[in-house]
Design a protein around this ligand. Sequence first.
Ligand SMILES: [Zn+2]
Length: 224
Amino acid sequence: MNLSDQLLETRKKVVEKGIEMLSTNLTVGTWGNISCRVPGEEYIAITPTGMSYDTLVPEDIVVLDLRGNIINGTRKPSIELPLHLAIYNAREDVQAIVHTHSAYATAMAVARREIPGAVEDLVQIVGGNVRVNEYALPGTEQLGINTVKAMEGRSAVLLANHGMLGAGRDLEEAFRVCQVVEKSAQVTLLAQLMGGVVEIPQDDIVGMRNFYLQGYGQDKEKSL
Ligand SMILES: [Zn+2]
């Protein structure tokens, strides 16, 4: 595939995930943002700022290099570009990022309480508990630094007083991470109402995480 076909393909996938994010109530209006690496290139494709997901066309998706220089596109990239770039530059394992303001995850982020490693699907897909980063204003480089730190060894993180972020080996996985984190936040809150959460032993978390990582690509559904 040549570069322009590759860019079009990547942009289409970002647009599709934006529509899916709206339809699954993971976010409202123009909040949240989505990005992924362009395969075989040192580029990322990211949603533009302030545009509704249901009106986006592939040309609206902005392509940039890993230092934030625009390679292709006429729109202004998401305000959270520095956050996405910080993660791509720190984490070679991350191919795609979905950032949402979904209700239950944001509730945990506002309370600044981590989601414990107490749900099996969560620890498989995220790698353990979901930590809360140290607060920083949206759009700042500091937010990127704080987020990379809190996300170490995990594929998701809660952004203090803001929302959550999920990463994956492709957009599909990053999106699924957000869905599982949102559900786990809800489950955690309910379990706390019933007296508390019982965490899964660390050895079992590691075992389930490895099983998930090895199973991916052959039988995705079964590994979940
Ligand atoms: Zn946000």
